[in-house]
Design a protein around this ligand. Structure first.
Ligand code: PLP
Length: 447
C-alpha cells in the first residue's frame, strides 16, 4: 500500500469518494475524519487521536479490531487459492466447511446456505428465493412481502424498499409499489401508548393479520423482521411478539424471514437470537456483518429444509436454479468467517457478552436522570437512547437542532464514538469490551 500525505487523502476523498449516506452539504465543508489504525476496542485517526469504538465499526467488528488470527487465515487462503467460481459443480473448502458450520450452529432445520456479499444482497436473495419457492409450489400470485416501519434491511433496490425508515426514502423511488407493504414497528417506548405490553402485542399482531387479509392471503408471501430493530433505534418488541407473528405467517402459508444481520454472532449473547431469545425458528435467516466480524464482506441467506426441499426440485424450464453472484461463497471471506467463529468459541465470547451486556444496560439507566433522555433500552450489547424535548409527550427535538449529532460530537471530543440517528443514539460496541469500557461509554454520554 502506498503512503499518502493526509492533505492528499482529504482532497481525493472530497473530490472522488461518494460516501454511503453522504451528507453532501456539510461534507465538503468539514472534510472527513481519516481512520488510520484500529486495535481491540479502539480506533485511531490520522491526527493520532484514539477513540473507544462504541459502534464496532458499524455493528460488525464483534471480535474486535486488529486480529492477527483473521489476517493469517485470510492471507493463507489467498496464497493457497484466492478465487475460483462456485457456479454449478465447482466448490471451495472454506465455503463448504463454513456452510456445514452454520448449519450446525443455527437452530431447527436451517441447514442450507446461499452466500452473498453483505446484508442487503442477502435480503435481496431471500426475496428472490421466496418468489421462486412459491412459483415452484404453483402459487405464482403469492409475491407480496410485509416489512415494518423503522426496520432496516439495506440499500440495494429491494432491500431499500424493505427498509421502513422514512429518512432513507427521501428523493429515491419505490420499486414495484405494490410488492412491499409496511406494518407498524414494534416499539414499546412510543408505540405502546399507555397499553400494557400484552395489549400492545395484541394490537400489533391484529394489525398484521388485518393487513394480510386486506392484501389477500393468496397474494402475501413473507414477513421480514429484525429480532430487535437496529438502525431504527434499537426498538425492542413486546414479549411474545415474534413467535406470535410467526404463528400468523404459518396460518396464512407465509414464510418468516429473520434479518439477524446485527443480532447474530454474539451481540445478544447468543449465536442467533430468534430461537434463543424470541422463541421461534424462522424459515429463512439472514446473516452478514458479525459473520466475518467486518474483516471481509460476506452475507448469508440460510434456508430451512422445507424451503430448500421446494427450491431444489427440478423445475419445468431446465432444472437450474439460475441465481448467484460471482462472489457467492468467496473462499477468502469464508475463511475469515471460519476464523471469526473459532475465535468466538476459543474465547467463550457468548459468556463474556452475557456478563458485560447486562452491566452496560443497567449502568446506562443512569442517563435517565437527564430531562432530555426519554428512554434507555436494549439488550446485551445493543443499546438505544431516545432524546426528547418533552418527556411527557415524548416529542423529539426538531430535525434542525441535530440533537443526537451534538451528542455525537461531544462524545467524540471525549474519546468515545457513538452513533446518532435522528433523535436516537445507538451503542453497539465490539463484544470484547470490558465492564470498565461499558462505564466509559456511558460516563462520556452522561457528561
Ligand atoms: N439488515 C440489517 C438489520 C442491517 O442493520 C443492515 C445494515 O446495517 C443490513 C441489513 C444491510 O447490510 P449491508 O450494509 O451489509 O448491505
Amino acid at each position: 500500500m502506498r503512503n499518502f500525505e493526509h492533505a492528499a487523502v482529504w482532497e481525493a476523498d472530497r473530490d472522488h469518494f461518494i460516501h454511503p449516506y453522504a451528507d453532501f452539504a456539510n461534507f465538503k465543508a468539514e472534510g472527513s475524519q481519516i481512520i488510520t489504525e484500529a486495535n481491540g476496542v479502539h480506533i485511531l485517526d490520522s491526527t493520532g487521536r484514539k477513540y473507544l469504538d462504541g459502534i464496532a465499526g458499524l455493528w460488525c467488528v464483534n471480535v474486535g479490531h486488529g486480529r492477527e488470527e483473521i489476517a493469517n487465515a485470510v492471507s493463507s487462503q489467498i496464497m493457497k487459492m484466492q478465487y475460483y467460481n462456485p457456479f454449478g459443480h465447482s466448490t471451495n473448502v472454506p465455503a463448504a466447511i463454513l456452510a456445514r458450520e452454520l448449519a450446525s450452529l443455527t437452530p431447527g432445520t436451517l441447514n442450507h446456505v446461499f452466500y452473498s456479499t453483505g446484508g442487503s444482497t442477502a435480503n435481496d436473495a431471500a426475496i428472490r428465493i421466496v418468489h421462486y419457492y412459491f412459483n415452484q409450489l404453483g402459487k405464482p400470485n403469492k409475491k407480496k412481502i410485509i416489512s415494518r416501519i423503522d426496520g432496516y434491511h439495506g440499500a440495494t433496490y429491494v432491500a431499500a424498499n424493505l427498509t421502513g425508515i422514512h429518512a432513507t426514502k427521501i428523493g429515491f423511488d419505490a420499486i414495484g409499489r405494490d410488492l412491499i407493504h409496511h406494518v407498524s414497528a414494534a416499539d414499546t417506548y412510543r408505540g405502546g401508548d399507555g397499553r400494557s405490553d400484552e395489549e400492545y402485542c395484541d394490537f400489533l399482531v391484529d394489525e398484521f393479520e388485518r393487513r394480510i387479509l386486506q392484501l389477500g392471503p393468496d397474494n402475501v408471501a413473507a414477513f421480514i423482521a429484525e429480532p430487535i430493530m437496529g438502525a431504527g433505534g434499537v426498538l425492542v418488541a413486546p414479549q411474545g411478539y415474534h413467535s406470535r407473528m410467526h404463528q400468523i405467517c404459518k396460518k396464512y402459508d407465509m414464510l418468516y424471514i429473520a434479518d439477524e444481520v446485527v443480532t447474530a454472532f454474539g451481540r445478544l449473547g447468543e449465536w442467533f437470537s430468534s430461537e434463543a431469545l424470541f422463541g421461534h425458528v424462522p424459515d429463512i435467516l439472514i446473516l452478514a456483518k458479525g459473520i466475518t466480524s467486518g474483516y471481509i464482506p460476506l452475507g448469508a441467506t440460510i434456508l430451512s429444509d422445507a424451503v430448500h426441499d421446494v427450491i431444489s426440485q427440478p423445475q419445468c424450464v431446465d432444472g437450474v436454479f439460475t441465481m448467484g453472484f460471482t462472489y457467492s461463497g468467496h473462499p477468502v471471506a469464508c475463511a475469515a468467517a471460519l476464523e471469526t467463529i473459532d475465535i468466538m468459541k476459543r474465547e467463550n465470547m457468548l459468556d463474556h457478552v452475557r456478563n458485560v451486556g447486562p452491566h452496560l444496560q443497567a449502568y446506562a439507566k443512569k442517563l435517565l436522570r437527564h430531562e432530555i433522555v426519554g428512554d434507555v433500552r436494549g439488550s446485551h450489547l445493543m443499546l438505544g437512547i431516545d432524546l426528547v424535548s418533552n418527556r411527557q409527550n415524548k416529542e423529539g427535538f426538531p430535525a434542525s437542532s441535530h440533537a443526537a449529532d451534538v451528542v455525537f460530537a461531544r462524545c467524540k471530543e471525549n474519546g468515545v464514538i457513538i452513533r446518532p440517528i435522528g433523535n436516537r443514539i445507538v451503542v453497539s460496541p465490539p463484544l470484547i469490551l470490558s465492564k470498565t469500557d461499558c462505564e466509559t461509554i456511558v460516563d462520556v454520554l452522561d457528561d
